[in-house]
Design a protein around this ligand. Structure first.
Ligand code: SF4
Length: 383
C-alpha cells in the first residue's frame, strides 16, 4: 500500500530517484497529452461544450437538494434501493452489510475511485470477502498490492515489462509471447470465471441521471457490463456531485469527459443502469442498490470549494502537470493525486495530512487551462 504516513519530502525524494517510475509516467502522460490535443483539434466546438458543461454542473450544484430528491424518487420507482451515507465509513459499512445479506463470498468490482475513497478494498478484506478487480489496470494494481496512482490509468506507475513479470508469476496460464495483446489475453483468461461466479457486483458511476434514476458508466474494456450483469446483486457507490438533470445532459458531459480523459470521441462502452432486471429481461441483477455518498461534499459547498464539485474525474489536470509528471501519483499521499488531489485530499484526509501539497504546485495554471469544466485549481489549494 502506498498511502503511508511518510513525510511528503520523503515520498517525493523516493519518487524522484526511481528511474523505472519516470519511464512509466512519461509513456502514459505524454501519450495522453498527445491524444487529447488531437481530439480537441477535431472538435472545434470544445470551448462552447466546455462552457455548457460548466453551466450544467453549476446549475446542479446550486440545486443539489432538488436533484437528489428527484433522483431518489425516480430510482426507487425503477425498483432501486437507495442508501445515503454521510461519511466514508458509513458508505463502506452499508456496502459490507449488503454483501453479508447476499451471503457474498466473492465480489467483482469495476474501477471506482469512490470505492478507494471510502476504503472499500480494506473493508471487504476485513469482512473476509474476496474482491476481484476487473478493470485491467486495477487487476495490475491488485496483483502488485498497490493503490491507484492515476484516476484513469490506475497502474500507470508500472511499465509493461513489470506487468509481464507480474502476470507470469500470478496467472494460471500466463502469456507466452511478449506482446501487449498476449498479456491482455492472459488477464482475460484469468478473470473470465470470476466474472461468472461472483455473488455481488460493485461499481461506481460516472453520472447519476436525475429524471430517470439511472446511473451511467463508461469503460473501454466492457468489464463494467461483464461485472454488473451476472451477479444477483449490483451495488453502485457514487458521490452526490455526480448528478446531471437528464440523459441529454449526461451525453453533453460525456463529450467533454472522453476527449479530456483518453482523447477518444466516445468510449467503447457507455451503459445506463436503471433498477433491477424486469420480468421480461433475460439477465441483470435481481437487486439493485445505490449508495449516495456525501463524505465532505456538502461541506465543500460552504467552505469555498464549490467549484471543485464540478470535477468529472477526467485526469487531464494530472497529465498536464509538470510536478505530477515528475512524481507520479503515490507521492501525493491521498486517494486522488495530482492537482485535483491536492485540492481534495484536505477534504477527505484532513488539512494536517495535506499541509505540504501546495508545494507540489508551480502555479503555472496549466491544470485549469485543460480542465474540461474550468476548475480554478491553483486558487483552491489549501493556504
Ligand atoms: S479537476 Fe478538471 S481536469 Fe482535473 S480531473 Fe477534475 S475535471 Fe478533470
Amino acid at each position: 500500500m502506498h498511502r503511508t504516513l511518510e513525510p511528503f519530502k520523503t515520498r517525493t525524494a523516493t519518487a524522484l530517484v526511481d528511474a523505472t517510475l519516470k519511464i512509466a509516467i512519461e509513456r502514459t502522460t505524454a501519450t495522453a497529452e498527445r491524444k487529447r490535443a488531437a481530439a480537441l483539434s477535431d472538435f472545434p466546438e470544445f470551448d462552447a461544450a466546455r462552457d455548457r458543461g460548466r453551466r450544467i454542473k453549476d446549475h446542479v450544484i446550486a440545486n443539489l437538494d432538488h436533484y437528489l430528491v428527484e433522483f431518489e424518487r425516480n430510482a426507487k420507482a425503477a425498483g432501486t434501493h437507495v442508501h445515503w451515507a454521510a461519511t466514508a465509513d458509513a458508505a463502506a459499512r452499508i456496502v459490507i452489510e449488503l454483501c453479508r445479506a447476499a451471503q457474498a463470498k466473492r465480489v467483482t468490482r469495476v474501477k471506482s475511485m469512490l470505492g478507494e475513497e471510502i476504503g472499500l478494498p480494506h473493508a471487504l478484506a476485513e469482512a473476509g470477502i474476496e474482491r476481484v478487480e476487473t478493470d485491467l489496470a486495477e487487476h495490475i494494481v491488485q496483483l502488485g498490492g498497490d493503490t491507484p496512482s492515476h484516476i484513469i490509468w490506475p497502474s500507470m506507475h508500472r511499465t509493461r515489462e513489470q506487468v509481464s513479470e507480474m502476470f507470469r508469476k500470478a496467472h494460471k496460464t500466463p502469456h507466452e509471447e511478449e506482446t501487449i495483446e498476449a498479456m491482455v489475453e492472459s488477464a482475460r483468461r484469468e478473470l473470465r470465471d470470476k466474472f461468472l461466479s461472483a455473488d455481488v457486483a460493485i461499481s461506481g458511476a460516472n453520472f447519476l441521471v436525475a429524471d430517470t434514476g439511472a446511473t451511467c458508466t463508461v469503460t473501454n474494456e466492457g468489464n463494467a457490463e461483464l461485472t454488473t450483469t451476472p451477479p444477483r446483486v449490483h451495488i453502485v457507490t457514487a458521490g452526490i456531485e455526480k448528478l446531471v438533470p437528464s440523459t441529454a445532459h449526461a451525453f453533453a458531459m460525456l463529450r467533454l469527459l472522453v476527449r479530456s480523459a483518453t482523447g477518444g470521441d466516445i468510449t467503447q462502452y457507455t451503459t445506463f443502469h436503471c433498477g433491477p432486471k424486469g420480468p421480461s429481461d433475460r439477465d441483470g441483477p435481481e437487486e439493485f442498490h445505490i449508495v449516495l455518498v456525501d463524505n465532505g461534499r456538502s461541506r465543500m459547498l460552504t467552505e469555498g470549494l464549490k467549484d471543485m464539485l464540478r470535477c468529472i474525474r477526467c485526469g487531464a489536470c494530472m497529465n498536464h502537470c509538470v510536478v505530477y509528471r515528475q512524481l507520479g501519483g503515490h507521492a501525493y499521499g491521498g486517494v486522488y493525486p495530482g492537482p485535483m488531489g491536492a485540492v481534495l485530499t484536505p477534504v477527505f484526509d484532513g488539512l494536517e495530512k495535506a499541509r505540504d501539497l501546495p508545494h507540489a504546485c508551480t502555479l503555472n495554471g496549466r491544470c485549469q487551462e485543460v480542465c474540461p469544466v474550468d476548475i480554478p485549481l491553483p486558487t483552491l489549494l489549501p493556504g
